[in-house]
Design a protein around this ligand. Structure first.
Ligand code: N01
Length: 531
């Protein structure tokens, strides 16, 4: 049966897309690879997994009733609580029967003669739809490093993004963990609390800031909810789609005492988390200002970590501007290294050579342990889309089109791939923003475009190549005005060997981006052919 719409992925994006398409009276189905809904929050169930965007912001805003009735228990929600929330949303809005689980999409081919998409799943099933929405997420294809001889290792190994559902008990074990991004930083204190010994292998030190997570008291939650619409409105006008009380002054406009007071406020309890990215208006564009923040953060690390050897390894180097690799937000990460059984090893200086039956060999010698944990991240932004045999007009394979990096128009449409939309894809603020906010913005916009096409009885909606080229250039130009491209980050594709080095997100913020896409819509969807 031909559907109006197929959606790939049942995370935050796919669930909201299903809700909106049903509200519009469309026939729609979501195909989800996992055996449960939740996307990133289904797969990433490693110890300590928690969202580092505050729960009151990292949640749907489309339903006032939902906002009212759901009670977040903490300032930053745990993976388990977010997954409960997503399941609640699916049941509350009666969406479950629109989602097919265990349905990994392996191919999607555009049929030019009939203006529709043929979609196949791993078990050989075939579906057809006019519209195809890729809600596949930016961080859904895990990266296991090609550690030589891994098969030789006799103990168990785990990846943060494929954690066993039943959990892992490390009590009494010697554990080695590779990777110090957000996942590794969140896991460290949790594994340290169980293991007999934890050795963290770090290739690049990144900055991490304290979350200051707290449970909500009923009074605090009630007060926050009383001003929820104001909070959402402030979020919409903030660069990352969440209100972080951004300082509008540049560092040069402040005295050294004012600068320090600003930084202290952001590091301490009243601030915390991503507020540290907004201490000065020019901190992501002027190196001298960024260095003030970086030096402040290094001082804090040295204050917390008592062993100077460990502290020096944990301090990010001067060639990594603060925040240009995704900032980590932690609870007791640096403090964990004050425990005698927790150590950090700099594998840039002392490289990892291979796995052995009892552990791993570094240049300096072998470390023996019982269990190995990979916190080595993802083939970010493009991994999920490129893993599908996704073919547009003329049979062009997306994988080939994106050989030199992802290209799109507004991060939503891809020239040559009509009637296909990407939610929070490369070329949009996506991973630099509060994802749930960006997802709602995209889905609402996509639905309006579809309504426009339907009202005109159009069968084909496609981004124009020249519009895509101009947008790709604009994204690169905007990124070039910032310090972001200086880092070897996953934003740049630098964490995957051989991946093209391109800054993959729209860097200039949620409010500007929203104004651009609203103008495009107001100008008759300039840059799209609606035929
Ligand atoms: O992955 P990462 P992640 N040998 O890519 C190292 C989101 N997230 O899973 O920096 C040795 O950040 C790598 O080293 P280097 C968030 O957006 C959100 O931690 O490439 N080491 C790095 O230290 C986040 O940014 C939450 O030199 C290797 C680490 O592994 C994104 O997901 C929580 C290596 C990978 O860090 C990804 O985070 C968790 C190798 N071959 C994640 N390959 C929230 O709280 C990689 N590394 C919302």
């Amino acid at each position: 049966m031909k559907l109006d719409m197929l959606v790939v992925g049942a995370g935050f994006a796919g669930i909201y897309q299903l809700y909106k398409a049903r509200e519009a009276g469309m026939s729609v189905k979501v195909l989800e690879a996992g055996e449960g809904i939740g996307g990133t929050w289904f797969w990433n169930r490693y110890p300590g997994a928690r969202c580092d965007v505050e729960s009151l912001d990292y949640s749907y805003s489309f339903s006032r009733e939902l906002e009212e009735e759901w009670e977040w228990s903490e300032r930053y929600a745990s993976q388990a609580e977010i997954l409960r929330y997503m399941n609640h949303v699916v049941d509350r809005f009666e969406l479950r029967d629109g989602i097919e689980l265990n349905a990994r999409v392996t191919a999607a081919h555009y049929d030019e003669d009939h203006s529709l998409w043929h979609v196949r799943t791993a078990d050989g099933r075939h579906h057809e739809a006019t519209w195809l929405v890729m809600a596949t997420g930016g961080l859904s294809v895990p990266q296991k490093p090609s550690l030589k001889g891994l098969d030789e290792f006799k103990g168990p190994w785990y990846h943060s993004a494929r954690w066993p559902t039943e959990g892992v008990d490390f009590t009494g074990q010697r554990v080695v963990m590779i990777g110090t991004g957000s996942s590794g930083v969140q896991m460290t204190p949790e594994i340290a609390a169980q293991a007999r010994q934890l050795t963290v292998l770090q290739r690049t030190a990144n900055f991490s800031v304290p979350a200051h997570n707290v449970p909500f008291t009923p009074e605090a939650l009630k007060a926050a909810k009383a001003r929820y619409s104001e909070r959402r409105a402030m979020g919409r006008e903030a660069i990352t789609g969440q209100f972080l009380n951004a300082n509008t002054k540049t560092a040069a406009e402040m005295t050294p005492e004012e600068q320090m007071a600003e930084l202290e406020y952001r590091w301490r309890g009243a601030g915390g988390g991503f507020r540290m990215l907004r201490a000065f208006a020019d901190q992501m564009s002027r190196l001298s200002t960024n260095r003030l923040v970086a030096e402040f953060a290094r001082r804090k690390i040295r204050e917390v970590v008592k062993d100077p050897r460990k502290a020096e390894i944990l301090c990010p180097k001067d060639d990594l501007p603060f925040g240009t690799k995704r900032l980590c937000v932690d609870t007791n990460y640096y403090e964990s290294f004050n425990l005698p059984h927790v150590d950090i090893v700099d594998i840039a200086a002392n490289p990892l050579v291979e796995a052995t039956p009892k552990g791993v060999r570094l240049t300096s010698g072998e470390i023996e342990f019982d269990a190995l944990v990979f916190a080595t991240g993802f083939d970010a932004m493009t991994g999920a889309l490129k893993s599908i045999d996704l073919r547009g007009e003329g049979g062009v394979l997306l994988r080939d089109k994106w050989e030199h990096g992802p290209t799109s128009y507004l991060g939503i449409g891809i020239a040559g791939f009509p009637n296909l939309f990407v939610v929070a894809g490369p070329g949009s603020p996506s991973v630099l923003s509060n994802m749930v906010h960006s997802i709602e913005t995209h889905v609402d916009w996509i639905m309006k475009l579809i309504h426009t096409a339907q009202a005109r009885e159009a069968r084909r909606v496609a981004a124009r190549q020249e519009a895509e080229d101009a947008w790709v250039q604009r994204c690169a130009d905007e990124a070039g005005k910032t310090l972001y491209p200086q880092a070897n980050s996953w934003y740049m594709g630098a964490n995957i060997a051989g991946k093209p080095r391109v800054f993959m997100a729209f860097v200039s913020g949620v409010p500007l981006y929203r104004r651009i896409i609203e103008e495009v819509a107001a100008n008759n969807y300039q840059g799209f052919d609606i035929a």
